[in-house]
Design a protein around this ligand. Sequence first.
Ligand code: DX5
Ligand code: ZN
Length: 226
Amino acid sequence: MVKAIISPSVLASDFGQLTAECQRMIKGGAEWLHMDVMDGHFVPNITMGAPILTCVHKGIPDIFMDCHMMVAQPEKWVNDIADAGGALYCFHIEATSDPLSLITAIHARNMKAGVAISPDTPSNAITDEIGEKADMLLVMTVYPGRGGQKFLERCVPKVAELRSRFPEKDIEVDGGVGPKTIDVCADAGSNVIVAGTAIFNAPNAEEVIQLLKDTVNTAQAKLAVK
Ligand code: DX5
Ligand code: ZN
């Protein structure tokens, strides 16, 4: 049984107050912070890179930065993100020809390695070998590139397929996840929950974090007895 981890996506935060926004989430019960790094190549938008992560890490030294690398050359940024204090480096499998070597490089810098799949990528792109070597698998439930999009329920069966092959692995969902869509994600077996607008725009972020967490932990307890 894996435990719930809530990773608010800072893309929906006030970037001018980024460190304070991260602190607010941690106080509200978030275990991780989801840092969406976009390079204008893998996706059209540009968000932030290592210099900004360095500042956040300086302000909150024990923060767990879950770095979602929506970048065209994920090999290129491993050292910078590690130096910035990244705890988990999640790359897109669509962006690399050698995921196994990339995971080795990420581990060599003492970060956890995550492997993400976009909505049109099948779950079997994550082979048994890749899945076993990675620390986390990310099933995107929107097309990467921006926050506030509609949840794509058709991606959820990929979570269930990965959960059946990797019962003890952290499996993350990202995109359009919130109180209205958490049930199907939790029932399919995801335990790391990214939510941007659903948490940052809520009148009470703490309540939403708790609801997401409880839903995952309840679903995990049920899956464990099956
Ligand atoms: C999309 C990003 C997501 C996004 C989630 O490219 O990877 O992390 O910020 O935001 P919401 O929860 O608003 O869909
Ligand atoms: Zn993301």
